[in-house]
Design a protein around this ligand. Structure first.
Ligand code: SAM
Ligand code: 2KA
Ligand code: SF4
Ligand code: MG
Length: 214
């Protein structure tokens, strides 16, 4: 009943968002209703193994690590993601959730730091953004834009203003789509425009390349 379909559980350095560099356990849930053209986790679209909440909690705790990141696939596409997040918080862990923002976040435990990825036009999935999620975000949460091109950058800059994102969440990240946009170009645009955002590159790919389990 309280099973989830899991692609992988592994221990690594957090490669994205606020706690980058911090040792973290990753729980990658299987399945995603989106198909972002750049997705680096397509291996999580299908397959996986069913595990109970008890099993997942025991595996996570076994790593003896204070931080856990629930990701996917799209974790919120499995309804049992909600009790899983609550369990991990109750276990005293610092919990973050990577989500596309295409699913309603209102039932997510308030102790979780939500990393909401607002899908850009070049992702191919902009129409899936559920903008009703934005007013539900708070200082504990984070917003990410994965930028593929100059036009994506201009769209993200427009969204900062239109959706009044600055001040709504603790951190806003602009991250280049891996191999699709030269990181230094994005860095320069942010500097030129004096944007109040954090530039970020995926640390784990710099360390270990583009592969599963890291
Ligand atoms: C694999 S997704 C899983 C969580 C959720 N489905 C989402 O999209 O946020 C985790 C994060 O990796 C980012 N990502 C995936 N492929 C990427 C790439 N090629 N370059 C940069 N970020 C990427 C996604 O945009 C998302 O922010
Ligand atoms: N090291 C590492 N950090 C990450 N942060 C978010 C990830 C994700 O795939 O959601 C991720 C990942 O796949 N690996
Ligand atoms: S929403 Fe996340 S997991 Fe799904 S295709 Fe996009 S990047 Fe990949
Ligand atoms: Mg990843």
């Amino acid at each position: 009943m309280t099973d989830l379909r899991i692609t992988e559980i592994f221990h690594s350095l957090q490669g994205e968002a606020r706690t980058v560099g911090v040792p973290t356990v990753f729980v990658r849930l299987t399945g995603c209703p989106l198909r972002c053209q750049y997705c680096d986790s397509e291996y999580a679209f299908f397959g996986g193994e069913k595990k109970s909440l008890d099993e997942i909690e025991a595996l996570v705790i076994g790593f003896r690590c204070s931080h856990v990141c629930v990701t996917g696939g799209e974790p919120l596409a499995q309804p049992n993601c909600i009790p899983l997040l609550e369990r991990l918080c109750d276990a005293g862990l610092a919990v973050s959730l990577e989500t596309s923002g295409a699913m309603d976040i209102s039932a997510v435990d308030t102790r979780v730091s939500i990393v909401l990825d607002l899908k850009t036009p070049d992702s191919g999935e902009r129409d899936k953004n559920l903008l009703s999620n934005i007013p539900l975000l708070a200082a504990k949460d984070q917003i990410k834009f994965v930028i593929c091109s100059r036009s994506d950058y201009e769209w993200a800059r427009f969204m900062l203003d239109e959706q009044q994102l600055v001040g709504r969440v603790g951190d806003i990240f602009f991250s280049p789509s891996y191999t699709q946009l030269a990181p230094a170009e994005l860095a320069q645009w942010i500097l030129d425009d004096r944007l109040p955002v954090r530039f970020q590159m995926q640390l784990h790919k710099q360390l270990w390349g583009d592969k599963a389990g890291v």
